[in-house]
Design a protein around this ligand. Structure first.
Ligand code: FAD
Length: 511
């Protein structure tokens, strides 16, 4: 009799979601996490006394488009989402500001009143691309196969108009798609800067879908778990334990147990644990090159493109709320704040990255969620997080431990230009530079998406051809997490899709 039906390696949100579905279905699950707490890149800790900092992802956007919270009854276990509306706020140094609201109509009205014609252009953009964006969402929520993609994209209703016009647009770099619709850079640059959050630059062909799914921001909006991003993973742990599952922290798995050509369990902290199946939710390189014995490592693992990191984040504890020059109302603090004057700033930043150097005066996504969640900071205080791009993990000159203080200061100085007085209100900080992200969160080469999010590593090709259906090349070993379809971000789709595959095999007694 094995110790568990299923063992999950890694308690990132995807691994936990897989475990939660299996535990709810009555299977005996054991989750093993290397760190002292669950969550991986979705966790929150009190880093400065009285201030709760997220250590990874903060904006919950994609998961809001899935049925995961309802299906796993996470509200019953204490998850409470706080809506962010406006969703985006883009201040500019000339004192102007643009908002994107949850409501498409309100956004159209706002654009039309500021820049006549641009509201109607936005309406056209949404009408053209909403069906495509919804199809992308459906594809993310299913196991990818050429048949599924064909059925959904080509024979479905992804494109309502003329494919001959749509296809060239889909194949464009996303930085150019906006020119087809808008005249105003103050609308184009926040949209492009948001699209850049998945990593690939605005100038690269074939990546327009990062921008074409923009209509989904009006469908699911953006939200925050009350208490911090990590509440999602804390609540998942509660759910798993409620259903009889066991969660082990401070438990790094050192290798898979193998019998013949099958994975039969794991070795952790000197003990062997057996299971009918093992699901690995770690980075693909951890799974394939550390946990599997060398004779079973797939050849293709050597050519997985992990990239060279792409972002860094400065977390700040402030003794007073931020105040933007361009708009001082609370709406500016609620929204995700997109600090990017124009698209050239993103391109310039990518140029520095290619040269292997940190970007001076980088574009920033600022977040001050204490505006909606009083549990994050003491009364009167604020948490401010400044995510900036692009920052290479491997530097041409110097070492991150040496340059980190100067880079952090430059990010703060950039923010200060938009919201003077911030610097003087800092009472504590944490700078998560690329090396920090790898060391602390196990994100190889600091890629927060695990593997590069480029077409050669998406859909059936993620993590590699033949393994996209959440099954590895070895019997008994399944995969989930950002290294699998549909990739990085707080969505949980991979965790849910993987659970379906494992459940089917368990129910049919194939394992
Ligand atoms: C700073 C930062 C900001 C981000 N911002 C956003 C955002 O605002 N919105 C958004 O949608 N996404 C954001 N992301 C991306 C998103 O958070 C990640 O892509 C996603 O959380 C990955 O989740 P995962 O479960 O697939 O993997 P991970 O979170 O990487 O989980 C893998 C887990 O496996 C564990 N592990 C590894 N090896 C072992 C082992 N040998 N034994 C046991 N355990 C092991 C790790 O400790 C980790 O807990 C951000 C990420 C970071 C780091």
């Amino acid at each position: 009799m094995p110790d568990f039906d299923v063992i999950l390696v890694g308690a990132g949100h995807n691994g936990l979601i897989t475990a939660a579905y299996l535990a709810k279905a009555g299977y005996k699950v054991g989750v093993f996490e290397r760190r002292a707490m669950v969550g991986g890149a979705v966790s929150t800790e009190e880093i400065v006394p009285g201030y709760r900092f997220d250590l990874g992802g903060s904006a919950h956007i994609l998961i809001r488009l899935t049925p995961i919270v309802e299906e796993l009854e996470l509200e019953k276990f204490g998850l409470s989402y706080l809506e962010l509306d406006p969703v985006f706020f883009a201040p500019f140094k000339d004192g102007d500001a643009v908002f994107f609201y949850r409501s498409a109509d309100k956004t159209i009205e706002h654009f039309e009143s500021k820049f006549p014609g641009e509201g109607e252009a936005y309406r056209r953009f949404l009408a053209d691309w909403s069906p495509f964006a919804k199809t992308v969402k459906d594809v993310f929520l299913s196991t990818p196969s050429p048949f599924e993609l064909g059925k959904k994209f080509v024979f479905g209703k992804a494109i309502q108009g003329d494919w001959k016009k749509a296809l060239p647009m889909i194949l464009k770099p996303y930085g150019e798609v906006v020119d087809h619709y808008f005249k105003e850079e103050k609308i184009k640059s926040p949209m492009v800067w948001m699209a850049a959050q998945s990593g690939p630059p605005p100038t690269e062909p074939l990546n327009a879908p990062f921008l074409l799914w923009h209509p989904l921001y009006h469908e699911g909006g953006a939200a925050r778990p009350k208490g911090g991003s990590g509440m999602l993973t804390q609540v998942l742990q509660r759910q798993i334990e409620h259903h009889g599952g066991k969660v082990f922290v401070n438990s790094p798995v050192s290798r898979f147990l193998m019998s013949e050509k099958k994975v039969t369990g794991i070795h952790c902290n000197g003990i062997d644990y057996t299971a009918r199946a093992v699901v690995s939710g770690t980075h693909a390189l951890e799974t394939f090159t550390k946990l599997l014995p060398s004779e079973h490592q797939p050849e293709q693992a050597k050519s997985l493109r992990v990239g060279n990191g792409f972002g860094a984040i400065l977390r700040l504890a402030l003794n007073k709320p931020i105040a933007y020059k361009a708009f001082s109302g609370i709406e500016s603090r609620i929204a995700l704040q997109l600090l990017c004057e124009n698209r050239q700033e993103v391109n310039r930043a990518f140029g520095h990255y290619l040269k292997g150097e940190p970007t001076p005066r980088p574009p920033i996504v600022a977040m001050s969620f204490s505006a909606v969640d009083a549990t994050l900071a003491p009364p009167g205080g604020e948490v401010l997080w400044l995510w900036a791009q692009y920052f290479p993990y491997e530097l041409q000159h110097g070492h991150w431990d040496e340059i980190a203080p100067a880079v952090a200061e430059d990010i703060l100085d950039t923010f200060e230009e938009y919201a003077p007085g911030t610097k003087a209100s800092v009472v504590g900080s944490l700078f998560q530079h690329p090396l920090w992200l790898e060391r602390e969160l196990g994100l190889y080469r600091a890629n927060v998406m695990h593997l590069e999010m480029t077409l050669d590593q998406m859909f059936m090709l993620r993590p590699m051809l033949g393994m996209s259906e959440y099954k590895s090349h070895i019997k008994g070993l399944y995969l989930t997490g950002a290294s699998t379809h549909p990739g990085g971000g707080i969505m949980g789709a991979s965790g849910r899709n993987a659970a379906r595959v494992v459940l089917k095999d368990l129910d049919k007694k194939r394992i």
